[in-house]
Design a binder for this molecule. Sequence first.
Ligand SMILES: [Zn+2]
Length: 292
Amino acid sequence: MSRIIDCHVHYYSESVFSDPLAWAKLQHELHWASLVGPKSIQGWADVSTMLKDMDAAGVEKAVLLGWYWEHQSSCTQQNEWYAKCLAEAPDRFAAFAAVQPSAGTRGFDEVRRRIDSGFCGIGEMLPAVQGFDITSHPVWFDLCQWASINSIPVNMHVTEPAGHRYKGKVETPLQDYIDLAEHFPDLKLILAHWGGGLPFYQLNPHCADKLKNVWFDTAASPLIYSPKIWRSVVDMVGSDRVLFGSDYPLRIYPQKNLPGFADLVAEARKSGLSIEELQQVFSTNAETLLGI
Ligand SMILES: [Zn+2]
């Protein structure tokens, strides 16, 4: 059976999830606060619980993605938690650096430092929440240029433009991502949550070329799409451009009280992908793209 790498996991230290709203207030993280209040589907897990849940689902490695914090101090804190995870279990975790481009060179320097110390990517980014212009912000463009040259992947949140309304839903125009990919053709771009439907535009010859260096992750899929999406997207973009990702510890099956990896792994296995396609989605694409 193929190894499984989960390319879209977040982690918060215990000091945060013991009282998320208090931490959010202290850090002035207003958007995140809106996601973790009462009736939230956010779940929580310390490192040992996360490792147990990974073992239960056969997930060998989790790629810890930074959150799209509004403040660089929160990014730096989370990068510090991730550095600890990497030190504790280097064979089980990989990490992407959180960054707030609006913090200027302070953010950029922090990213450089983390990449030098073994982080393998940047993101998850969400310009609309972080308050910078995806198509022109100078430090963001410097980061993308630097990431292109150094072959460092960048993960970005993309919201589905149609569907239900929910707390924390932020519009992310799909054209912005096409423009970004066109502006930085060598940038390894990972668009989260099935790219918000962007794979459909792979069928448009005016977009296809521009999307050739773009991957799509499957994070939070059951909250948004039927399991038919696996087969459909693989048919549109190819099995070499889809990355398995859960969004753990988000409770992507909200009827369950606790987060986990196993149900999404099971959904993928039953999705109608061939053994070879599954192996690409579960691990070989991530191995190639992230060098892990
Ligand atoms: Zn996301």
